[in-house]
Design a binder for this molecule. Structure first.
Ligand SMILES: [Cu+2]
Length: 180
């Protein structure tokens, strides 16, 4: 038993020391298919989506994001609260070792709260990602209209009318949280 434990702690030590010798976490993350959601003038918030792929053998946490296009940028997820989809802030988004995490409508996303200007389809915006080790990655992405995608997303859930209402509710929540 004692021997097994000491072998375990030795291998832990080895993996910790090999971790510190690695390249930055930003270098180990590949971003694909990033885009930001088109929003009309006066909209309280937009969101950014992408797939994060981790080429290293340790989990990597995205701990914050930043953008010049919005006042506040937060990491968010959706939770299903008795059939009502609600957004909430999360402290980090984890990308598993040698795996990927998808930020997509209805799931994890980077919230762009208080856009300085309306985001129009065809524009390009930049979102800076910061990882747990402090390394950063700037991601340039197109602004895309979500109309088609939102419809596809709604279908399996309920009828479209209700979902539409919930989306507005989300926007209101953000407004209350951040405009005080
Ligand atoms: Cu959100």
């Amino acid at each position: 038993m004692k021997k097994a434990l000491s072998i375990l702690s030795l291998s832990l030590l080895t993996s910790i020391s090999s971790m510190s010798a690695m390249a930055s976490q930003a270098d180990d993350i590949t971003v694909s298919a990033p885009f930001a959601r088109e929003v009309p003038p006066g909209a309280p918030a937009s969101a950014s989506f992408m797939t994060l792929e981790n080429s290293s053998t340790s989990a990597i946490k995205l701990t914050s994001a930043d953008s010049s296009v919005a006042k506040v940028v937060e990491l968010h997820t959706h939770t299903n609260d008795n059939g009502v989809m609600r957004m909430r802030k999360v402290p980090f988004i984890e990308v598993p070792a040698s795996g990927k995490t998808e930020l997509k409508p209805g799931g994890l996303h980077i919230m762009l709260i208080g856009p300085h200007n309306p985001l129009k389809m065809g524009q390009e915006v930049t979102v800076k990602l910061t990882f747990e080790d402090g390394s950063t990655k700037s991601v340039a992405m197109p602004v895309k209209s979500m109309k088609g995608m939102m419809m596809k997303h709604k279908m399996p859930m309920n009828n479209g009318m209700h979902q539409e209402e919930h989306n507005h509710e989300h926007m209101m929540e953000h407004n209350h949280q951040h405009m005080h």
